[in-house]
Design a protein around this ligand. Sequence first.
Ligand SMILES: Cc1cc2nc3c(=O)[nH]c(=O)nc-3n(C[C@H](O)[C@H](O)[C@H](O)COP(=O)(O)O)c2cc1C
Length: 199
Amino acid sequence: MYVLGLSGSPRRHANSESLLDEVLLGAAAAGAETEKLIASRFRKLLPCVNCGHCLKTGRCIVDDEMQEVYPKLEAADALVVASPIYFMNVSAFLKILIDRCQCYWSRKYVLKEPLFPDDPGRIRKGLFLATSGHDKPVVFKGARMTVKSMFDVLEVEYFDEYFAVSIENPGDVWKMPGAAETVHALGGRLVRALQEGRQ
Ligand SMILES: Cc1cc2nc3c(=O)[nH]c(=O)nc-3n(C[C@H](O)[C@H](O)[C@H](O)COP(=O)(O)O)c2cc1C
């Protein structure tokens, strides 16, 4: 069981990444192998330019750091995406990575190729974690739709989400009563759901 975390915050070890860490700890405690990628570390990652190559091949031709990310996205049994809300969506670092998943859209909807030809019934699940400065949960609406559409092209079921409002300074998220316990348990629940789905 391989759980891949994607962190969208450019602030290392701040709020959304801390939530992700706790989910990954919960997943590891339930027996999963975990890995975390920091989107802001991919300094050479180019945005999708709609070159059209993937419409014909289902693969992205742009030779940059994304070529190391694609195999991980495909290998993951579960994806955990964590982001601060920036102008009502995920951070730009994460959005670039998500847009580069357009090749999976081409594969699925244009070329009608299965993502996992050797394992057509493969079950994958995903979580979305986010923190916002505002105090109204409506701010997560746009980001949730973006992450859901990423999960859709990657054939990942949107398993659950955890959102924290009124979070500004690093560490704020841990002032929320029960936050650490809740997200730790979420990581365990994710792995157990996958294990049960496989039986
Ligand atoms: C560029 C930028 C845009 C932001 N846009 C929003 C927004 O649209 N809505 C909101 O509630 N908070 C917004 N915020 C606040 C962050 O979402 C909030 O501080 C978040 O908890 C930071 O997460 P982090 O600690 O993981 O970096 C924005 C912050 C920045 C720096």
